[in-house]
Design a protein around this ligand. Sequence first.
Ligand code: PEP
Ligand code: MN
Length: 360
Amino acid sequence: MSIVLEKLSAELNTNSPLIIAGPCSAESQQQLLSTAYSLKEIGIKIFRAGIWKPRTRPNSFEGVGEIGLEWLKNVSLETNMKIMTEVANPNHLDDILKNDIDMIWIGARTTGNPFAVQEIANALKGVDIPVFVKNPLNEDLNLWIGAIERFHNSDIKQILAIHRGFFAYGSQKYRNIPQWQIPVELNRIMPSIPLLCDPSHIAGHRSLVKEVSQTALDLNFDGLMIESHINPSEALSDKDQQLPTNELKKLLSNLILRENNISDNDVAVSLKGLRSEIDSLDLDLIEILIKRMTIAQKIGLKKKDNGITILQPERWEYILKDRVLNGKKGGLSNEFLILLLRAIHQESINIQTDIMNRNL
Ligand code: PEP
Ligand code: MN
């Protein structure tokens, strides 16, 4: 376990996973207090609520502003829970520090803006509070890493990351697509940064929060930040995805905590066998891709010699349809097949472009 997580868990007297819950937004003193009391009863120790809400369109509820900090402070005094809110600029930070807020998170829209992140990081110098950095809206791991580095360079000791999914145009199952390989890669590159998941903003609907939470834990995430409202149907923001306390309680008690270490010897041996099969199949895959690209090269030369363009749309259309059909018969998902074929096709195009441009 990372030092940051160990410190936080010890301070809160909890075992991992770290659970943060609370409404999307602070709406009134009454709403905050009743939500907090009810969450405290089910064992939640960190309470979240947004005070300034970054909304896509103006003229929607944009948060209650500074007055909400007093309400939050009251929650802390009344319930003894740790409280956290979103900071998007140094002015927010000033107000937050005046009101003894325990922890802050950097929202997805702010992480995507290096100027804003740098300003907050500068203003945070010398302040020792946990800073949770959400991923940016777009699928840019380096932008996420860059924000973490800016806080690190300001000597912030307690930095944590929150995966909240990525924006995708059009409708799909989840409000924000998880792209799990991105947070998993963040964790590989920065193993000392604890990684939490915000299943609420990924799911977009309360009925999907449980499955996203379970997947996160199965991928070794260190904790969850879940939106919960005393009366979700009346919520002023994100009403579809917030859970009432009884549903959150049920979700938490049904989560399966699987072991990261393999302690049973028989299991270890059989996993080892299966993994060596995977290793050798992966080598075969790479071998085949190399062969395929060699042929793409030959095709590129032929096209060049005969003045033919690289992209033949009917051929690409045919490949896509044919391979997806075959792959689906074997149980592979449409989404995976398309991603895979696009990557292969792009590499072929790159190789052929290289050939076309050689000795121009
Ligand atoms: C939030 O947590 O309420 C929020 C606005 O999150 P995000 O920045 O992930 O959209
Ligand atoms: Mn929200």
